[in-house]
Write a protein that binds this ligand. Structure first.
Ligand SMILES: N[C@@H](CCC(=O)N[C@@H](CS)C(=O)NCC(=O)O)C(=O)O
Length: 241
């Protein structure tokens, strides 16, 4: 089998780890399935041209209706296919490389779709207010300029919330998610109990992104590490180390 190519967004200090929550989902999915892959780092302004070159489709539309190209994208030399969108990539990997490590085990596909939007509301969006304002500061100049220009309104909106306040709201969201995990059974690390799935990878990617942007020794990450008896650090360590 050839190495799958994962297109990811670089940062000034690679030692601090990959930062993008969406590309992390694919990175952790490839790792969990044990598929060989290599990373190609792409600055934001170079995404469109590369996607067009390899035949990766847009994942949405810009406000003016033009196509919106995003990372993660994978190129699989074994099938000569380019796939965009972390969710579509997870489905592609399960369908193309079925193993005993399915991201969405048979019968959980619908539940995973429901989980995804619920997690966005309770986990992803509240938490992004904690680490989002730092994103442009960790990027290389071409991506920093692109990010500040194209996400100006979002950055302004995020800047209106103090980090302490964002942490309080993030914790309130994760209180709900903790309730879901408790239903899996006492002492269980994953939503399906003992078996990791795409849902855990989505949660772990969001947390790994927060950790890698904020820094392992930051006050904010220390606070998140203490939520719910350290559950989120254990989950992140299990899937994102
Ligand atoms: N639904 C997509 C969203 C991916 C996404 O928004 N990626 C961001 C990076 S985290 C991106 O590439 N944005 C391109 C841009 O803003 O021009 C997925 O899950 O893969």
């Amino acid at each position: 089998m050839f190495e799958i190519v994962l297109y990811d967004l670089p940062r000034k200090d690679p030692e601090s780890g990959p930062w993008s929550p969406n590309t992390l989902k694919t990175r952790l999915a490839l790792k969990y399935k044990g598929l060989p892959f290599k990373t190609v780092w792409l600055e934001y302004p170079d995404i469109v041209a590369e996607c067009k070159k390899i035949g990766a489709p847009p994942t949405g539309a810009q406000p003016d209706g033009s196509p919106f190209y995003t990372l993660p994208v994978i190129y699989d030399p074994s099938t000569k296919k380019a796939v965009a969108d972390s969710y579509a990539i997870a489905e592609y990997l399960d369908a193309t490389y079925p193993t005993d490590r399915q991201l969405m085990p048979a019968g959980t596909e619908g539940l995973h779709a429901a989980f995804y939007s619920a997690f966005d509301n309770h986990g992803f969006f509240p938490l992004v207010f904690v680490y989002g304002p730092l994103i442009p500061t960790i990027l290389n100049p071409p991506s920093e300029e692109y990010f500040r220009r194209t996400k100006k309104e979002t950055l302004e909106q995020m800047a209106q919330t103090e980090q302490d306040e964002a942490l309080r709201k993030g914790k309130a969201g994760f209180d709900v998610i903790q309730g879901w995990y408790e239903k899996a059974g006492k002492g269980k690390l994953f939503l399906m109990g003992d078996t990791p799935s795409w849902a855990d990878i989505v949660v772990a990617s969001t947390l790994a992104s927060a950790r890698n942007i904020l820094g392992r020794h930051s006050e904010a990450w220390k606070a998140i590490s203490e939520w719910h008896g350290g559950r989120w650090v254990r989950l992140t360590a299990a899937l994102a180390e």
